[in-house]
Design a protein around this ligand. Structure first.
Ligand SMILES: [Zn+2]
Length: 169
């Protein structure tokens, strides 16, 4: 990998991750204290790991608020929500990492790792597709306004501002 003078990598290769990769730690705005809270898979012994886990727990270290979420059932299946933003897909709370950007659009990320992926994608001069062509990756699904070169500077500035709001952990 080569570095440009501003320290950003020239080249970004799509790691072909899907959004669910980041969905097991979602930072949201706490409904009680407006601080940063987390939505995690419920740590029960019966729960499955990963995106199909039908139980989620909201917890706020700032005020101690907690809440549980269980997916609705249909016959023998859990109905897990479609992952999206700029609200969390389980409790419907505003994501912590979200900001208006580039003329009324909303830039959002589930957590620090997700934000870092967006940053490295936007900062790169050269964007390469990953080798595997399966279902669309997170990067391929990014909205056109965010992929647009004319929005690059403002989007990067927004990402860096959002990063300063991340809680230390
Ligand atoms: Zn709170």
């Amino acid at each position: 990998m080569t570095e440009t003078s501003d320290g950003q990598s020239d080249r970004f290769t799509d790691p072909l991750v899907r959004l669910w990769r980041y969905a097991d730690r979602i930072l949201v705005r706490c409904p009680k204290c407006a601080g940063c809270a987390s939505v995690l898979p419920e740590p029960t012994t019966t729960a499955r790991p990963g995106p199909s886990n039908p139980h989620r727990r909201l917890s706020c270290l700032g005020c101690g608020h907690t809440a549980g979420w269980t997916a609705p059932r249909h016959d023998n299946y859990w109905i897990v929500p479609e992952l999206n933003g700029p609200d969390d897909p389980y409790f419907g709370l505003p994501l912590w990492l979200r900001a208006e950007c580039c003329g009324g659009n909303v830039l959002w990320a589930y957590n620090a790792e997700h934000l870092a992926l967006l940053e490295s994608y936007l900062a790169a001069r050269l964007r390469e597709r990953g080798a595997y062509r399966g279902s669309m990756s997170l990067v391929e699904r990014l909205p056109a306004w965010l992929k647009s070169a004319k929005h690059r500077t403002e989007a990067l500035r927004t990402i860096r501002r959002l990063r300063t709001t991340l809680p230390a952990d």
